[in-house]
Design a protein around this ligand. Structure first.
Ligand code: ADE
Ligand code: ZN
Length: 330
């Protein structure tokens, strides 16, 4: 039995496995510029975040109907459940779909087909976090928030993703204020490729409660002290960091140093279809390559539930935390 955990950094579009991409392409009559799944997998060699994003957005062309989004989410939830994920807070990128003529309602209702019954079908509780694309304009983000208003009962919070460098958090001050006014929780990618100052800005200007990645905080001692003091969770994604070359090799990942510093780290999968593994695979990789002790792994699992947006259901959080404490490593 795998260690129970929450997944807090997962882009649902990044769970599109090559086999499903081809199946959806056939179903929807969409052409893909790859002969087969092997040739597509060959394209999974990334230089940096942008080279990955180019393929990530290209493959989204196959996602067209509610059924497609439901199938995508069901496939993810089945894999996540098998790797011990008990609760998943799932990002989606509506602007990437709306730009292709796929409406917000199609995306949210489609995902909901799977999420709405996930506890029964997969034993996984879920929440949805709507991300703004930071390389699009602030006006576009505000229009996206407006388009989401009919669906806010299904969306717990907002996030910020896509190409980081050159798109600092401050660009999205107004839309985050508006989101907070609607009662939405706030997170943002910061310090993946961007400098530590973006992490500070995400906290001070956007009011985020968690930082996605946050890896580069380690370059700023005062920032690390603050993140520790304020117990700000960081949603790290070790296999992603290797594939996108944020670190040279997994053995060089700062996770052990971050835990030693007292940071509230969690381990997540980001875009598992592209980066070689789901949540449990990321745990296995840091265990074997970084030599994390069982107590460190338990701490990471505990952190994932402490950092999750389960305030509406503290009983559930307590139940998940009890599962973590009772877990016996094999
Ligand atoms: N969108 C999907 N994955 C992402 C990542 N790792 N960073 C920024 N934007 C993303
Ligand atoms: Zn991400």
């Amino acid at each position: 039995m795998p260690l129970p955990k929450a997944e807090l950094h997962l882009h649902i579009e990044g769970t599109l496995e090559p086999e499903l991409a081809f199946a959806l392409a056939a179903r929807n009559g969409v052409g893909l510029p790859y002969a087969d799944t092997d040739e597509l997998r060959e394209a999974y060699r990334f230089e940096d975040l942008q080279s990955f994003l180019n393929l990530y957005y290209e493959l989204m062309a196959v996602l067209r109907t509610e059924r497609d989004f439901g199938d995508l989410a069901d496939a993810y939830l089945a894999r996540a459940a098998a790797q011990g994920v008990r609760h998943a807070e799932i990002f989606f990128d509506p602007q990437a779909h709306i730009a292709r003529g796929v409406a917000m309602g199609t995306v949210v209702e489609g995902l909901w087909r799977a999420l709405g019954r996930s506890e029964q079908t997969h034993g996984v509780s879920t929440q949805l976090i709507m991300c703004f694309l930071r390389d699009e304009s602030a006006e576009s983000a505000m229009e996206t928030l407006e388009a989401a208003k009919p669906y806010l009962d299904r969306i717990v919070g907002v996030g910020l993703d896509s190409a980081e460098v050159g798109h600092p958090p401050v660009k999205f001050r107004e839309v985050y204020e508006a989101a907070a006014g609607l009662g939405l929780r706030r997170v943002a990618h910061a310090g993946e490729e961007g400098p530590p100052s973006y992490i500070v800005e995400a906290l001070d200007v956007l009011g985020v409660e968690r930082v996605d990645h946050g890896l580069r905080c380690m370059e700023d001692e005062a920032l690390v002290e603050r993140l520790v003091r304020e117990r700000v969770p960081l949603t790290l994604c070790p296999l992603s960091n290797v594939r996108l070359r944020a670190v040279d090799a997994l053995a060089d990942h700062p996770l052990p140093a971050m835990l030693d510093a007292g940071l509230l780290c969690t381990v997540n999968s980001d875009d598992p279809a592209y980066f070689g593994g789901y949540a449990g695979d990321n745990f296995d990789a840091v265990r074997s390559t970084l030599g994390l002790s069982e107590e460190r792994l338990r701490e990471l699992a505990r952190n994932s539930f402490l950092a999750s947006f389960l305030e509406h259901d503290e009983e559930r959080r307590a139940r998940y935390l009890a599962e973590v404490e009772a877990y016996e490593f094999g």
